[in-house]
Design a protein around this ligand. Structure first.
Ligand code: ADP
Ligand code: TZD
Ligand code: MG
Length: 582
């Protein structure tokens, strides 16, 4: 417990006398976080939280300062995903808060536990709209964008406020929580002993949620009746850290599985039951689909339409901690509500010793399709052309991840994302971090930094040149903390492609960037290693050198500006103009 002997000059002086040991809001916030095992804060300093950051550092916490709050927020969110503890982002009021809010909303959308802690201005002035420094009603603005939002007005309530925030972030469906701390709170003093007593160590923050036995029986009955069963693993399954139970369930049932993007590696993509390379076939033809920690949202065409074959040809079993998720898009015939660890354990128990293998014509057809697709792809991945195309460059990175399966892969962009997802096999759980449910650009450097900080593992960030630009200034942060992050920019001089032309002349087209840009020189500006790579072989050598040395490295991979396609693999979502103007 940190305390301070202060001359009492605040409003709180009624309750304390000047001779006793005192604490204040600053110390109580830090003590409350530390008591609950929080050891790292991601943020940007400034009024009124500059001293909070300094004091947290002095109290032994790791405080990672960013160049923009959105990146600090993304770091906190992915720290939450990787550790199952809420990641903490600390910002100043109004503009800093708003910068962090995008990340908070993104965390909530992706079901990552995170707490955005923002300082705020004087309540009395804000509420009367009298124009305080960085005035904003932050609590009201945060509320619709996160799971829960709290404000603490009294130092004696800090313990409860922090406890509520932690519980809200990690229990049930995880998500983002906002904690509003007005400037005045930090210097409020109170008796140190009473302060210590006011803190709450959260007991069992994310309690197990045990599924009903009847739900387990129903699910197994449906699964047993399947002729063409399929398991879909989502990032909720990766988050749950029930890796052994999930593997046992997949292997015991013998059911083919399809990983969603961030669930790749939960079981290796090279596992004999992995249907990743036969995705469209299995989605179209399966008759029973077991969803584990994945939602039937746009990423799965809402569970209906052409992707899913004949209407009415599917029955869904869904395992999720959020009961409201059931029937969100299509009927779920066997909802299993609970935490994935408990649900999968109960399913395994229900299965007992023996389970009939799925029909061999189904699993055989998938294996054939998968092997065909892999064989078709193989020669493209081996080309050493210059300028590089996506396949040649990704073929090189695919080999590197195979040789370094414990590296963490961060990935964003359009073509750079969609093609990397298909081409780079993952071998271990929670090693692939990407744009997630929103397909948001800008997560790259925040995720890469937190992945390095939280795991100590090497990080390979594979970035479209546009995607990188959203968080690119954090290369300074990577150099400053000397993190083992290797960034590869797939530089095709633009968004999707670098070849668009403005039919009117004048300004360049909206999707085009500076030709032959040298992003590698940005890294050199801060003392990191910059490399310009023009062939897959050069790329491969540079990435291996970066990963061997652990030094911050940025490789500018020159990609043919004509190589990409509009919106990568999701061009079908682009609205089309039906009006032709002469
Ligand atoms: P993906 O994008 O990989 O398909 P989603 O983010 O759409 O995955 O879905 C993740 C789902 O996992 C959410 O519906 C969430 O409620 C659920 N979930 C997260 N953690 C757990 C858990 N520990 N137990 C059960 N369900 C979980
Ligand atoms: N802004 C935000 C926050 N998220 C987005 N997804 C977009 C804009 C739109 N967008 C995409 O969906 S992908 C993309 C943008 C701007 C960049 C694609 O270009 P890239 O990748 O250079 O990153 P490729 O390899 O050239 O396709
Ligand atoms: Mg690009």
């Amino acid at each position: 417990m940190s305390t301070a002997t202060l001359k009492v000059a605040s409003d709180a002086s009624d309750q304390v006398d000047a001779t006793q040991e005192l604490t204040d809001g600053f110390h109580l916030v830090i003590d409350a976080l530390k008591l609950n095992g929080v050891d790292t804060i991601y943020g940007v300093p400034g009024i009124p939280i500059t001293d909070l950051g300094r004091m947290a550092q002095a109290a032994g916490m790791r405080v990672i300062s960013f160049r923009h709050e959105q990146n600090a927020g993304n770091a906190a969110a992915i720290a939450g995903y990787l550790t199952k503890k809420p990641g903490i982002c600390l910002t100043v009021s109004a503009p800093g808060f708003l910068n962090g809010l995008t990340a908070l909303a993104n965390a909530t959308t992706n079901c990552f536990p995170m707490i955005l802690i923002s300082g705020s201005s004087e309540r009395e002035i804000v509420d009367l709209q009298q124009g305080d420094y960085e005035e904003m009603d932050q609590l009201a603005i945060a509320k619709p964008l996160c799971k829960a939002a709290f404000r603490v007005l009294h130092a004696a309530d800090i313990g409860i406020g922090v406890a509520r925030a932690i519980r809200a972030a990690v229990s049930g469906r995880p998500g983002g929580v906002y904690l509003d701390l007005p400037a005045k709170l930090f210097s409020q003093v109170m008796n140190a002993e009473a302060g210590a007593k006011s803190l709450v160590k959260v007991i069992d923050a994310a309690p197990a949620q045990i599924p009903a036995p009847s739900a387990i029986k129903r699910a197994l009955d449906v699964l047993k009746s399947a002729k063409r069963p399929l398991i879909i693993l989502g990032k909720g399954a990766a988050y749950a850290q029930a890796d052994d139970a999930i593997r046992a369930f997949v292997e015991k049932t013998g059911v083919p599985f399809l990983p969603m993007s961030m669930a790749k590696g939960l079981l290796p993509d090279t596992h004999p039951q992995c249907a990743g390379a036969a995705r469209s076939t299995v989605l179209k033809e399966a008759d029973v689909v077991v969803m584990i920690g994945a939602r039937l949202n746009w990423l799965l065409s809402h569970g209906k339409g052409k992707t899913w074959g004949e209407p009415g040809s599917k029955r869904f079993i869904q395992i999720d901690i959020e009961p409201k998720e059931m029937d969100s898009n299509v009927e779920i015939v066997a909802p299993v509500v609970g935490d994935i660890g408990s649900c999968v354990a109960a399913l395994l128990e229900g299965i007992g010793g023996q389970w009939p293998a799925p029909p061999a014509d189904w699993t055989g057809a998938i294996t054939t399709k998968r092997d065909e697709n892999i064989a078709k792809m193989a020669p493209k991945l081996m080309n050493n052309a210059a300028p590089m195309d996506f396949h040649g460059a990704l073929g090189a990175l695919r080999t590197i991840i195979k040789q370094r399966p414990d590296a963490i892969l961060v990935n964003e962009g359009a073509n750079t994302l969609d093609l990397a997802r298909g081409i780079i096999d993952m071998y271990q759980p929670r090693k692939r971090l990407d744009v997630g449910t929103w397909g948001v650009m800008g997560i790259g450097m925040g995720y890469a930094i937190a992945a390095a900080i939280e795991t100590g593992k090497p990080v390979l960030a594979v970035e479209g040149d546009s995607a990188f630009g959203f968080s690119g200034m954090e290369v300074e942060t990577i150099c400053r903390y000397n993190l083992p992050v290797c960034i590869v920019i797939f530089n095709n001089s633009g968004i999707y492609r670098g070849t668009d032309v403005n039919p009117r002349g004048g300004d360049v087209a909206t999707t085009v960037f500076v030709k032959d840009a040298r992003y590698d020189r940005m890294m050199e500006a801060f003392g990191g290693v910059g490399v310009h790579a023009t062939t897959p072989d050069e790329l491969s050598r540079a990435v291996n050198a970066a990963m061997d040395s652990g030094r911050p490295t940025l490789i500018n991979a020159a990609i043919d500006p004509a190589a990409g396609t509009e919106s990568g693999r999701i061009g079908n979502l682009n609205p089309q103009s039906v009006v032709r103007k002469k």
